[in-house]
Design a protein around this ligand. Structure first.
Ligand code: GUN
Length: 287
């Protein structure tokens, strides 16, 4: 029976650390500020944005919400991003994804100033993560690393399997595990023998977006299982990419959904916003 990793508690301690540093900045007359842009009325995005604003309030940072209609054009959104890039009172810019189909997401993400890119989605920041010398942490993968660290299980030399190859999670997750000296395998929809590969994993990261697709029989006895999935079941309940009930019988450590990775993503975003504020006030240099 696995130990359940408490993402809420670990994220609270990360946010408390950020809050302490924000208090020190406040004494120097600095208040970090995050601009959060949401386009349209996707209910999941609304929940995420509200949680990000709450975390800013908790850590003592300012958040400014820019809620645009679902009919907003790419040009209008680009104009807002450029204004926020120029605005010295804004330290971090986050454009909530997904964007409506008339807007090219890549164009928008590439328009955000790399120095304010607290999601670390700009290719300059992605490249720095790949090289292993970076200012902004990829929010979800860095949150997962923190959860793995909390178990006391070392990544070094271990077999790490990442299921999913998205730019937001799978690819940067693989890089962070590699930087920690894990032996990393990335699986995806074309992978053959997925179950067999997963069963080799000492550390298994599920980031595919398919409810309960990783079942107990795909998990090595005692493995660390990190579930990035956030799927809505027909009955309205949230569930991960891992079938928690069968997986917890095999895993050594496992994250729940909700209350696992989700809160860690936001805690990392707070760390990045603090970094951005320090950089822009000349208290830290960009790498
Ligand atoms: N949509 C889902 N996850 C994320 C994230 O980490 N950042 C942003 N901006 N949008 C998202």
């Amino acid at each position: 029976m696995a130990v359940i990793i408490d993402g809420k508690q670990i994220s609270a301690s990360v946010k408390d650390e950020v809050r302490k540093e924000v208090e020190q900045l406040n004494q120097q007359g600095i208040c970090p500020c995050l601009a959060v842009v949401i386009v349209g009325d996707d209910p999941a995005s609304r929940v995420y944005v509200n949680n990000k604003k709450k975390a800013c309030a908790y850590t003592g940072m300012e958040s400014r919400e820019y809620a645009l209609s679902g009919e907003t054009s790419e040009e209008e959104l680009l104009k807002l991003v450029e204004e926020l890039n120029r605005d010295n009172s804004v330290n971090g810019i986050l454009v909530q994804l997904p964007l409506p189909k008339q807007i090219d997401e890549t164009k928008i993400l590439h328009a955000i100033s790399p120095a304010k890119d607290v999601d670390a989605f700009h290719p300059v920041n992605v490249g720095k993560i790949m090289v292993g010398d970076y200012d902004f942490l990829p929010c979800t993968p860095a949150g997962c690393m923190e959860l793995i660290r909390s178990t006391g299980v070392s990544v070094e030399g271990k077999s790490c399997v990442v299921v999913g190859r998205s730019n937001i999670v799978g690819k940067p997750m693989a890089m962070l595990l590699l930087h920690a000296n894990g032996t990393v395998t990335i699986c995806h929809s074309k992978t053959r023998n997925l179950a067999e590969i997963c069963r080799q994993a000492d550390i298994l990261i599920a980031a595919v977006g398919k409810a309960k697709m990783i079942t107990g029989d795909m998990i090595k006895e005692g493995a660390v299982v990190i579930d990035v999935g956030m799927n809505r079941l027909p009955n309205g309940k949230l569930c991960g990419d891992v079938d928690f009930e069968s997986a917890k019988e095999k895993a050594g450590f496992i994250t729940p959904v909700p209350g696992g990775v989700g809160p860690m993503t936001i805690a990392t975003l707070m760390k990045n916003t603090l970094t951005a504020a320090k950089v822009q006030h000349g208290l830290k240099e960009l790498k």
